[in-house]
Design a protein around this ligand. Structure first.
Ligand SMILES: Nc1nc2c(ncn2[C@@H]2O[C@H](COP(=O)(O)OP(=O)(O)OP(=O)(O)O)[C@@H](O)[C@H]2O)c(=O)[nH]1
Ligand SMILES: [Mg+2]
Length: 413
């Protein structure tokens, strides 16, 4: 019997692995920051067409609407483990004078995914085809300016950090010298600390972490913000080695060269070493807080995430990185890309008030059902009491009759 159970558990696991691990990344950054090129570099294939990305305003104004563009790519590692990677690109972000609607659209989208889970959790019958659309990581692209963060960067991280794991990234790192990159990283981290921006800083519990993980997380923290270089082109070197590179008048660089950017470390962190951590943090901390606040009626989406572990002392910056750097890449060689471009684009709602609407409606329904059951119980009890009362009345009447009879017998005598 137990062997049957073990076998079916193994089968389930295999099926699960066959179906793939679902992982969702949102890439946010101002236009031209290299989001699309990065997505193609991350996936090792042309997922986003970078030649037709110019957005125009919808009317006579100069304001450009933010779009949310979905891409889905299946990546597979050497062991046949599949990752179903959902990527949400955000063309139009930060392109207008007033970008507040951009923030609303992104916040609405994130909260809508949480509401869908809330609804699903409260259903008596689960939908077997339900798809978890929560965003597990938001890569926020910062263009290096030598001035730290801009107001829009601070505002974005402040507003979205409590809802989603934000990992800040310096894009186009090839435009910086070694010293400039170091300087820009420092300025950005100074601003993040100064404004107490709730980014994902590889949190851990000091007493509940292995030495190796401690060193890895501490090292990854020390790299923040990650620097990346992207490219849409691959080149063949020496008639055999193929690299994804950038060609300059003075030579060529390999975007995967760990000496010039953190791209490979970031890719391995996202797709291998911290994929589960990011998913768990999303479910156990971010969603859980959203759920509690929503069900207690107090969610204004302005919640403040204060990562309890963010103050863990940092040390050992030179810690070994084997865990991250040594892992070989997923996906370069693999599989099909399914583009659902522009699928669920602009979704505007006023100041984020109706995103909890569905959850509230479901909650009211549950409350009504509970009240109905309570009412039925009370009715039953009432019926019983009435019956008892009738019985007592009957008994009383019988006693009275008996007494009457007895007294009339006495009188007769
Ligand atoms: N030097 C350098 N240029 C880059 C890098 N990544 C992208 N670019 C270039 O920057 C330009 C914009 O890149 P995209 O990937 O289209 O940027 P995007 O953020 O998707 O832009 P929009 O979709 O138009 O908002 C292109 O000319 C890219 O070739 C990089 O790492 N370094
Ligand atoms: Mg683009």
């Amino acid at each position: 019997m137990s062997s049957i159970i073990e076998a079916s558990a193994a089968l389930r696991k295999r099926k699960h692995l066959k179906r793939g691990i679902n992982f969702t990344i949102m890439v946010v950054g101002q236009s031209g920051s290299g989001r699309s090129t990065f997505i193609n570099t991350l996936c090792g294939q042309q997922v986003v067409d970078t030649s037709t990305s110019v957005l125009r305003p919808n009317d006579n104004s100069t304001a450009i609407d933010l779009q949310l563009r979905h891409e889905m790519v299946e990546l597979e590692d050497d062991d046949g483990v599949k990752i179903q990677l959902n990527i949400i690109d955000t063309p139009g972000f930060g392109d207008s004078l007033d970008n507040s609607s951009n923030f609303d659209i992104i916040k609405d989208y994130i909260c809508h995914q949480y509401d869908e889970i809330l609804l699903e959790e409260s259903r008596v019958r689960r939908n077997p085809r339900f798809k978890d659309g929560r965003i597990h990581c938001c890569l926020y692209f910062i263009q290096p300016s030598g001035h730290g963060l801009k107001e829009i960067d601070v505002e974005f991280m402040k507003q979205m950090g409590p809802l989603v794991n934000i990992i800040p990234v310096i894009c186009k790192a090839d435009s910086l010298t070694v010293e400039e990159l170091k300087f820009n990283k420092k300025l950005i981290m100074d601003d993040i600390n100064y404004y107490a921006l709730p980014i994902y800083n590889f949190p851990f519990e000091e007493d509940d972490i292995s030495d190796e993980d401690y060193q890895t997380n501490t090292y990854l923290r020390s790299l923040l913000p990650f620097s990346v270089i992207g490219s849409n082109d691959v080149y063949e070197l020496d008639n055999k080695t193929i690299i994804r590179g950038r060609k300059y008048p003075w030579g060529m660089l390999d975007v995967e060269d760990p000496n010039i950017s953190d791209f490979v470390i970031l890719r391995n962190t996202l797709l291998i070493s911290h994929l589960n951590d990011l998913k768990e943090y999303t479910h156990e901390i971010l969603y859980e807080r959203y759920r509690t606040e929503t069900l207690s009626g107090g969610n204004s989406n302005g919640n403040h995430r204060n990562p309890s572990t963010s103050d863990n002392k940092l040390h050992n910056d030179d810690a070994s990185v084997t865990n991250v750097e040594d892992i070989k890449t997923l996906g370069n060689n693999t599989s099909k890309s399914v583009g659902i471009e522009g699928e669920s684009a602009t979704r505007k709602t006023s100041n984020g008030k109706n995103e909890t609407y569905l959850a509230r409606e479901e909650q009211i329904k549950l409350e009504e059902e509970r009240l109905k059951a309570f009412e039925e119980r009370v009715q039953q009890e009432l019926k019983l009491k009435r019956k008892e009362l009738l019985q007592r009345e009957q008994e009383l009447r019988e006693i009275e009759e008996r007494l009457e009879n007895e007294s009339s017998v006495k009188q007769d005598h």
